[in-house]
Ligand binder design. Structure first.
Ligand code: GTR
Length: 415
């Protein structure tokens, strides 16, 4: 901070505006925080201990052929990478046929001071005579003539029922702000779809599809199941005339932010993935092994990833993919990634570097994206074409400020 003020002062006295000066100072982790976190043995927060690494090249096919055209990317290379993520990281979704129905259980016509219509919904998946259901809540802005863009929040914390969402402000789902900006929005709780517990398999959608049989090594795990549920909410949005289902963003924080990226990689109908503080297994490069690592996360949360991913713990350089390729899978659509200054566990630099490393794919698809290797400064969102990024002051969380900056970016792509 002191350094920044001094730089601003020098630049201001030399006639350069202070906004420009702040923009010029790339973020780096606070030394006091690194020192404090490094007291716990077994975790790396020291940039000098990040191993040298070479990222897998998204534009070289498995057989060594260079990928030189959008056609090659769309017709084969993208599928190769998608399959690697399916088999090695998040697991494959089932191909079993199912029926999907939606039931509206309540409606509020004057929600949010009369600005929105709110609906309590149940999504029901049926396979022959068995069914599985989970609730979600939807708000539609009233003041619109045309179908509106929408935002689906994958809520990894709790279910927010209609009356609560309409009455109490919760920054985690900043409904009023989203509606005021002219978007519809829906949200569901991850654990209602697949319990967020090591031992929760038997109660969730994965076990429902498998009719109770244990999952194969490359079968979908919870993150993928939650992302799949976001696609089912999008299925509902496709039936709502007031929503333009071609302009829907999927949003998640932390484990939800890992999920939003994978949801958009699997389902090309999502126009944007917003991944907030997603860290390891989300936007952060696994090969940096900074903060949370593949070994740590797969030990703590074995139900999130399929077992092959765990086998790369401590051997990240052998991973056939890295997380920049998860972002590349979403190209040419939009990707917005964020970090928080105090959230070194999620490796802000690794989260930012992923976007930059995905840029050759955006370029191949004729789209602009962030290419600057240096991080932006604190609280200065950087947006370039399809991608955006900010690092905010404070802790690991999804806050009103994150939503505001994300909506600014989304307005640029969706309006
Ligand atoms: C942590 C986990 C992170 C992140 C976070 C969250 O315990 O290590 O990967 O997902 O939970 O979801 O809040």
């Amino acid at each position: 901070m002191e350094v920044m003020n001094l730089t601003c002062l020098l630049l201001m006295t030399s006639g350069v505006c202070s906004v420009f000066a702040q923009e010029e100072i790339p973020w780096s982790a606070r030394h006091d925080l690194i020192e404090q976190l490094s007291k716990r043995p077994g975790f790396n927060y020291d940039e000098s201990k990040v191993p040298d690494y070479v990222l897998p090249d998204s534009l070289i096919a498995e057989d060594g052929t260079p990928v030189l055209s959008a056609r090659q990317w769309n017709e084969s290379r993208r599928q190769e990478i998608l399959n690697l993520f399916r088999d090695q990281v998040y697991g494959r979704r089932p191909t079993t046929e199912y029926q999907l129905t939606f039931e509206q259980t309540a409606e509020e016509n004057d929600a949010l001071e009369g600005k929105a219509i709110g609906r309590s919904m149940i999504a029901k998946v049926s396979i022959r005579n068995r069914s599985f259901s989970w609730p979600f809540v939807l708000f539609l802005p009233k003041k619109t003539k045309e179908p509106v863009p929408a935002i689906i929040l994958i809520n990894n914390r709790y279910f927010i029922p209609l009356d609560k969402a309409a009455k109490e402000h919760d920054p985690f789902w900043s409904v009023k702000q989203i509606i005021d900006r002219g978007y519809a929005t829906a949200s569901f709780h991850t654990s209602d779809v697949d319990p967020d517990r090591k031992e929760g398999y038997g109660e969730g959608i994965r076990s429902f599809f498998a009719d109770g049989t244990p999952p194969e090594d490359n079968a979908w795990r919870s993150l993928s199941a939650w992302g799949w549920a976001a696609s089912r909410v999008l299925d509902y949005m496709e039936t709502v005339d007031a929503i333009d289902a071609g302009r829907v963003a999927v949003v998640g924080h932390s484990r939800g932010g890992k999920t939003s990226l994978w949801a958009a990689a699997e389902d090309a109908r999502f126009a944007i993935a917003y991944s907030n503080n997603s860290g390891c297994g989300g936007a952060a490069l696994s090969r940096r092994a900074y903060g949370e690592t593949v070994a740590i996360i797969t030990r703590g949360f074995p139900h999130w990833f399929c077992p092959p991913f765990a086998a790369f713990g401590g051997k990240e350089s052998e991973l056939p993919v890295d997380q920049h390729q998860l972002i590349a899978l979403i190209a040419p659509r939009g990707v917005y990634v964020t970090s928080a200054d105090e959230d070194l566990w999620a490796d802000p630099k690794g989260e930012y570097s992923s976007i930059v490393a995905a840029s050759p794919v955006f370029r191949l698809l004729d789209k602009t994206s962030i290419i600057e290797p240096q991080m932006p400064s604190l609280n200065s969102p950087r947006v370039s074409g399809q991608t955006g990024y900010h690092i905010r002051t404070g802790e690991h969380n999804l806050k009103d400020q994150d939503w505001t900056w994300f909506l600014d970016y989304a307005d640029g792509l969706l309006k």
